[in-house]
Design a protein around this ligand. Structure first.
Ligand code: FMN
Ligand code: SF4
Ligand code: SF4
Length: 256
């Protein structure tokens, strides 16, 4: 079977899992990868799809939602995995319903608990809190191996699966609405500090093409998933959100 792993990743957790997953699944299948970015089109050459994404404020990232709406399943199987810092809300259900609508057979979904790419910014680099924040990544290889087995079992099953609506969702929806309001404000506070050497890496890293360099300055637009990829992956650690991140550690997934 030719399995395509289509994934989206901010700091690097989902990217890490996807690459490892490829290694495990390649033992019995042909596996290809696709990194989801705004406007990027995936070829249709696969027998089954694995969708990997993080959860942001209990929902799939907007870029993933837009990507899924452009796919055609033609009866092929799909498995969804979500990397999360704590709880995934209805992210899996939302993605599953779109995929079903697009003609896929949703065969399974699974969450993987990992370091939280947002909350890690609350710690000071090297502090005890920082170490605690990284703790969920322990044993990640084994978790991905189990995920690979789960995917292989599910893809050949007849039954379809749509994650149930979680009972806590009205509560998390309320928090999410408040969060995205705040996020609109935080978005305007992105800047590159004096360590920036205008290398341009952030421009290419951004999955929504939201960063430009003009007149010797790095500029952020309004189309941001708040994925933190630019902030965590700037080679000079020069990207800040106001004063909030001046002392925060940067995080690129389990292999930092
Ligand atoms: C803006 C933002 C919102 C987040 N919201 C949630 C959330 O609602 N629930 C959760 O469990 N984790 C949340 N997280 C943590 C990420 O889902 C988690 O760390 C994920 O593994 C990050 O994967 P990535 O590095 O591939 O983007 C959030 C992270 C960010 C940056
Ligand atoms: S990646 Fe960092 S150093 Fe490079 S241009 Fe962007 S902000 Fe500046
Ligand atoms: S601007 Fe930064 S945080 Fe926003 S989508 Fe682009 S990489 Fe992610």
């Amino acid at each position: 079977m030719h399995i395509k792993i289509a994934y989206y990743s901010g700091s690097g957790n989902t990217q890490y899992v996807s690459i490892l997953l490829r290694r495990f699944l390649s033992k019995g299948h042909k596996v290809s990868m696709f990194y989801i970015k705004k406007g990027k089109v995936m070829d249709d050459d696969f027998d089954a799809l694995v969708l990997g994404m993080p959860v942001y404020a209990y929902r799939p990232p907007q870029t993933v939602v837009d990507f899924l709406k452009g796919l055609s399943g033609n009866g092929r199987s799909v498995f969804i995995f979500i990397t999360k810092g704590l709880i995934s809300g209805d992210a899996g259900r939302i993605a599953a319903l779109i995929l079903k609508e697009r003609g896929f057979k949703v065969k399974g979904a699974n969450d993987i608990l990992m370091a939280d790419s947002l909350f890690v910014l609350l710690a000071k680099k090297g502090s005890l809190l920082h170490k605690i924040m990284l703790f969920p990544n322990r044993g990640i290889e084994k978790k991905v191996e189990n995920l690979a087995e789960h995917i292989q079992r599910s893809l050949i099953e007849e039954d379809e699966y749509i994650p149930r609506k979680k009972i806590y969702v009205p509560f998390t929806s309320l928090i999410a609405t408040m969060f995205w309001k705040k996020e609109k404000i935080w978005q305007t506070e992105f800047f590159a500090d004096e360590r920036c050497d205008l290398c341009g890496a952030c421009v290419g890293l951004c999955p929504t093409h939201n960063i430009n360099i003009k007149n010797g300055r790095v500029l952020w637009g309004n189309d941001c998933d708040f994925c933190m990829r630019c902030l965590h992956r700037c080679p000079k650690q020069a990207i800040q959100i106001g004063k909030y991140t001046l002392k925060s550690p940067r995080y690129k997934g389990p292999i930092n």
